[in-house]
Design a protein around this ligand. Structure first.
Ligand SMILES: Cc1cc2nc3c(=O)[nH]c(=O)nc-3n(C[C@H](O)[C@H](O)[C@H](O)COP(=O)(O)OP(=O)(O)OC[C@H]3O[C@@H](n4cnc5c(N)ncnc54)[C@H](O)[C@@H]3O)c2cc1C
Length: 366
């Protein structure tokens, strides 16, 4: 392929999935462009925990040890605590590196750039056209729109993926909308632990609390409907429900496990491969998604590098390689469904939730 605007692979989205996929494509000698709609470094609503060897192992192997400047204060959580109703909290010791996503993702992208990836940030991919072997991408930016050509496209553009919407216009997607609130100061909760609260005695709705530097964060999908419970549960730890957060933001999770597991949605079509949140690969229960984005990004890059001459083959090969990840998702979906039915007793539920999180983290090591 010739010309400065023609690439072997274009990766849309510079989160962890996009950075890993782009880096591996460049490592394999492919001319790779990474496009990010926001100016980098950009933040993302996320707790920023690197959970288990699932994520940490890939980062270490592909990008090297995480520099101290990328981690927060505390840099490592000692574990997770689970609070169900009035039952005593359960503790799961689990060393977990903690970051602001702005810093983690920027560092990952720098690693990709060192391997020869070309970056365009502050530029949005607005449209796709063409077919196997020759795709045209329209970029929206300040100034006139621009068209680029590529042999392969990796959609790493997150939960509301425009790449997914373009190639699967018929797919109906359910979404949830977590909110994050950031407050100055600290609660009287161990700042070295991640705190998970289940005020209804069930896995969902839930909210969580953690400390980073001189702030604490409250996050969850049910913050609006749990407002009264949050006030009641957190007041004993020094939370003033009338206080305004320093800032508040939100994001979207695509709930795609059902169609993924039934095969109704297969996250690749010919020369377009979806990874991470764009593919709905976030894990049930913990909603860990950094590791699955990194992992699926590497799998997509490998499939493209292996089958560079044949777009259809790359898509099929990628889908096959996702099998073990889908098995993990299927197993965790079952655990989640069982938990959502009970038991009603808070102490037993706290134990069961701790086990489920432990199982999730252990599964991620396999
Ligand atoms: C509240 C909350 C807490 C979480 N906590 C954790 C946690 O502690 N640990 C964990 O492992 N996971 C966590 N997750 C999940 C994790 O945040 C995601 O699974 C992960 O970010 C997915 O990575 P990704 O690379 O697929 O996509 P993203 O990180 O979402 O990156 C997608 C990128 O694509 C860009 N983009 C979108 N559209 C376009 C376009 N048209 N053109 C160009 N660029 C585009 C976006 O700007 C974005 O930068 C959490 C999620 C939520 C909601």
């Amino acid at each position: 392929m010739k010309g400065s605007k023609t690439f072997d692979v274009i990766v849309v989205g510079a989160g962890p999935g996009g950075a890993a996929a782009a880096k591996r494509c460049a490592d394999r000698g492919l001319r790779t462009l990474l496009i990010e709609k926001k100016k980098l470094p950009r933040d993302k609503v996320c707790s920023g925990m690197i959970m288990g060897k699932w994520a940490g192992g890939i980062i270490e192997e592909e990008f090297g040890p995480i520099p101290a400047a990328v981690l927060t204060d505390p840099p490592q959580l000692t574990g997770h605590r689970f609070y169900v109703g009035a039952a005593p909290a359960q503790t799961l010791p689990w060393p977990t590196a903690l970051s602001w996503r702005k810093d983690l993702d920027h560092w990952l992208v720098q690693g990709a750039l060192r391997c020869g990836v070309v970056l365009r940030d502050g530029v949005r991919v607005a449209a796709l056209a063409g077919g196997p072997g020759d795709l045209q991408i329209t970029l929206q930016q300040a100034g006139p729109p621009e068209t680029l050509r590529t042999r392969y496209l990796i959609g790493a553009d997150g939960a509301t993926s425009m790449v997914r919407r373009s190639i699967f216009p018929e797919l109906k997607v359910r979404y949830s909308g977590p909110i994050r609130e950031c407050y100055r100061g600290a609660l009287q909760l161990d700042r070295n632990s991640f705190h998970w609260f289940f005020p209804k005695g069930l896995p969902r709705p839930r909210f969580n609390v953690n400390h980073k530097g001189d702030v604490f964060l409250i996050e969850g999908s049910g913050l609006r409907e749990l407002r009264r419970e949050i006030a009641a549960v957190l007041s004993p730890y020094g939370f003033d429900p009338d206080r305004q957060p320093l800032w508040k933001d939100g994001c979207t999770i695509a709930l795609l496990h059902e169609p993924l597991l039934s095969g109704a949605f297969q996250p690749a079509r010919n020369n377009v491969l979806l990874i991470g949140d764009a593919a709905g690969l976030i894990l049930p229960i913990t909603f860990e998604g950094i590791g699955s984005a990194l992992r699926s990004g590497l799998l997509a890059a490998e499939a493209i590098a292996r089958h560079f001459a044949d777009a259809r083959q790359a898509g099929t090969s990628y889908l096959e390689s996702l099998g073990p990840l889908l098995e993990v998702i299927g197993e965790l979906c079952q655990v989640q469904a069982q938990l959502q039915q009970g038991p009603a007793d808070a102490a037993r539920m706290a134990q069961a939730l701790k086990k489920a999180y432990e199982r999730t983290l252990t599964l991620q090591e396999e």
